[in-house]
Design a binder for this molecule. Structure first.
Ligand code: FUL
Length: 487
């Protein structure tokens, strides 16, 4: 009898382990908020404030509010142009380092309320958030931690002021989706007339934990950006470029706001203990703010397309800054360039050469149809193929139309379960045999690879290493549209 029970137990165990319902998630996975954020792919930055009128990048803090007067300000123009460029969220510099506030803050006189704009009755944070709400654009705010106007900067009094301003912004303007904490801090400034250099201890001056709690308490749906996350981190340069290897994991103990190793931020950390999305910020012009002398110096559609590959195509988010001019409007050339950029991207990725193609794999998790290799060509991010549970390597083969050339390759992992694939090759079957056409390390939410145009009869994805059962949700082959020129 005992012997029989033992056999039953073994059979039962074998049955349950072979019909597992899903692959094991990694220890480090994104939150739902982060998944939603990353799928936006592209967000926009609006640097518009006193610097627009003083023609500076970093105002000293003594600029007169009388300078600030955008005569034709139209936040709806910003939102509509951004939407046409595929941007899903805009972040406005409510206060930059010079301390001037685009809303009538109750805590300072250094604001729009003492400017000629709408005779001091204006509120640009309100106009901006209303325009975003009207067109279904998410709204984010930048509140510079460094304030070169405030007399108390460097003392606890300023921190109270800063938290009060944060509460004001997060209580009175509807839903705020992101709060952007800049890392630039401390140095010379006006400081209420003291005109001196003030240095703060970057590691201890700001009560970041408390500041984060204010954000999450007042705006539970918001994500927080800084050099150190917690939700989104700086990519380590202001050129909009993520590392060719880029992990969405990070060890948050190794980074601090305003004090982080930019190389570490640029690649992320395969062994990192927290999921923090990488965000690639870059301006369409040389400066973050509008300067008339840069009117001819905007990034071309092809340059923007190149940046898309180097940010979104490397598992990060593209944050493009478009600075409104002194009228309060985006310049026409910037708008035209962004629009064309989106047309090129949409056209390139319109026809997947392997859409609904039959795929075979060296193994399938649990032999289950749910993890079928065909899931990688169904265009659905939620369905995925997975290899057998204890595999860390696998290959997938897809027959392709040998009459068609392609030069762009797309791979996506089901990142909800973590970033798992660590190394892969893409091969093509030519009359002379298999040939490697691209290789990479990280994939994550999206990996795009650019190659010279090629054709063949089969394509093979070789997954060479993974930290868990490898899984893929999407694979695509495309032909670059005109304007998508870099290889
Ligand atoms: C930097 C700032 O110092 C720049 O002025 C700009 O706002 C950029 C996005 O972040 O740290």
């Amino acid at each position: 009898m005992k012997y029989l029970l033992g056999i039953f137990a073994i059979l039962f165990f074998a049955y349950t382990s072979s019909s597992q319902t899903d692959i094991k998630p990694n220890k480090v996975v994104p939150s739902q908020k982060q998944l939603d954020y990353q799928s936006m792919e592209m967000v926009g930055f609006i640097h518009f404030n006193m610097n627009t009128f003083s023609d500076k990048e970093w105002g000293y803090g003594d600029e007169s509010p009388a300078l600030f007067d955008p005569k034709k300000l139209d936040c709806e123009q910003w939102v509509k142009a951004a939407k046409d460029a595929g941007i899903k969220e805009l972040i406005l510099t409510a206060k930059h380092h010079d301390g001037f506030c685009l809303w009538p803050s109750a805590y300072t006189e250094h604001s729009i309320k003492n400017s000629p704009y709408k005779n001091g009755k204006g509120d640009i944070v309100k106009e901006f958030t209303d325009a975003c709400a009207k067109y279904g654009m998410k709204a984010g705010l930048y509140l510079s931690p460094w304030d070169r106007n405030h007399a108390g900067y460097g003392t606890p009094a300023y921190l109270t002021y800063y938290k009060n301003q944060l509460r004001e912004l997060l209580s009175n303007y509807g839903k705020i989706s992101e709060v952007w904490f800049d890392g630039a801090n401390g140095g010379d400034g006006y400081y209420g007339g003291a005109k001196e250099t003030r240095k703060i201890d970057k590691k201890s001056y700001y009560p970041w934990k408390e500041i984060q709690q204010i954000v999450y308490q007042l705006q539970p749906g918001a994500l927080i950006f800084s050099d150190a996350g917690p939700d989104i981190h700086w990519i380590g340069n202001e050129r909009g470029i993520a590392g060719k290897t880029f992990w969405s994991m990070l060890d948050r103990n190794r980074v601090a706001v305003g004090d982080a190793d930019s190389d570490y931020l640029n690649t992320g950390d395969f062994y990192g203990s927290s999921w923090v999305i990488g965000q690639c910020d870059v301006s369409i012009r040389p400066g973050w703010f509008y300067h008339a002398k840069e009117d001819e110096n905007f990034k071309t559609p092809s340059q923007l397309v190149d940046l898309y590959y180097k940010s979104v195509g490397r598992n990060a988010v593209f944050l493009l800054n478009i600075p409104p001019n002194r009228d309060g409007l985006f310049a026409d050339k910037d708008v035209a360039s962004m629009k064309k950029f989106r047309e090129i991207i949409d056209k390139t990725f319109q026809d997947n050469l392997v859409s609904n193609a039959k795929v075979t794999a060296t193994s399938i998790f649990s032999h289950s149809a749910k993890f079928s290799p065909g899931n990688i060509t169904d265009g659905d991010l939620d369905s995925y193929w997975a290899a057998a549970g204890d595999e860390r390597q696998a290959s997938l083969e897809i027959a392709i139309d040998s009459a068609k050339k392609f030069d762009r390759i797309l791979l996506q992992e089901p990142v909800r379960l973590g970033q798992r694939i660590a190394s892969f090759d893409i091969q093509i079957l030519r009359p002379q045999g298999w040939q490697t056409i691209a290789s990479g390390t990280s994939i994550g939410y999206k990996r795009l690879l650019r190659i010279t145009p090629i054709s063949g009869s089969k394509v093979r994805i070789n997954i060479r290493d993974a930290n868990n059962t490898p899984a893929l949700s999407n694979f695509g082959l495309y032909k670059a549209a005109g304007g998508d020129i870099v290889n």
